[in-house]
Write a protein that binds this ligand. Structure first.
Ligand code: SAM
Length: 260
């Protein structure tokens, strides 16, 4: 899909997704305009989209995932995280997904940009890649950071919300998919805790569009960028299948089984 000009958020229409490099597109978002960023950037680990990993059939995985050269990962990470800090409102917060390999670059860039870390969440998933001489990696790191630790949204929707989340990846048997799709239950949980209805949620590395899909279903506004056109089209198709506000009570179970 192509960009659509609009006055909603700078030149971007509210509730829209765009094909392109987020390093360029984020510069067109006005200062202090986003309530929440949830994002899962490329990890610079030489990820190949068509590998039949994560227990998937390679042929059904959409090709084209854009990786980052490991030698430039520090500069790349610093560039987008600096922009993330600029576009977030003073009351805004951000959740960044990262594998352990290049986590240090994310943590350094978050500190350098002026973010304050509130929690360092761990997501435990199933389908880690099989290994012979080391442990199977089956978790992601999710730093939860804010601009101002005295003023950020935190809806305490659970009595005792622990920082290790065991949430199953979804089974998409027989369907086309992108290689690194997050579970809706995981993104929905973040939205429940860290946003309210009508808030504006950004994902600069949209992939298959999970953040935008969850936001739309939960009556949040969304903006998303993805450099691979096929992925952006795939995300747009998913978005068109979701009614605004239709998932208020959905995706509540952490085991990856949809509740509706
Ligand atoms: C880990 S995936 C995101 C998966 C997503 N959370 C989902 O649920 O499908 C990272 C995505 O960032 C995209 N990407 C890489 N570099 C980019 C850039 N400079 N601007 C925008 N997207 C980029 C990749 O093509 C990939 O789809």
């Amino acid at each position: 899909m192509t960009d659509r000009a609009d006055a909603g958020i700078g030149r971007f229409e509210t509730n829209s997704i765009h094909t392109g490099d987020c390093l360029r597109l984020m510069k067109e978002i006005p200062d202090s305009s986003i309530d929440l960023i949830i994002t899962d950037p490329p990890f610079a680990i030489g990820f190949k989209a068509r590998r039949g990993n994560y227990n998937r059939t390679g042929a059904r995985v959409l090709d084209g995932y854009q990786e980052v050269d490991p030698s430039g990962y520090g500069a790349f990470t610093s560039a987008w995280i600096t922009e993330a800090h600029r576009v977030l409102k003073e009351t805004g917060s951000m959740y960044v997904f990262s594998g352990w390999n290049n986590l240090k670059y994310i943590l350094i860039a978050l500190d350098d940009a002026g973010f304050v870390t509130i929690n360092h969440l761990i997501w435990k998933y199933q389908f880690g890649v099989f290994t012979k001489r080391k442990y199977v990696t089956s978790h992601y790191h999710i730093p939860f950071v804010v601009k101002d630790p005295k003023r950020y949204t935190f809806n305490k929707v659970e009595h005792y919300p622990e920082d290790v989340w065991v949430i199953r990846r979804e089974y998409w048997t027989g369907k086309q998919k992108t290689p690194t799709k997050l579970p809706l239950a995981l993104v929905s949980k973040i939205l429940r805790f860290s946003s309210d209805e009508g808030d504006l949620v950004l994902d600069p590395f949209l992939g298959s569009g999970t953040v935008a899909v969850a936001a739309k279903g939960m009556n949040r506004r969304y903006l998303g960028f993805e450099v691979v056109e096929d992925y952006c089209d795939f995300a747009q198709t998913r978005l068109e299948e979701v009614e605004t506000g239709s998932a208020q009570q959905e995706h509540m179970r952490d085991d990856g089984v949809p509740t509706a």
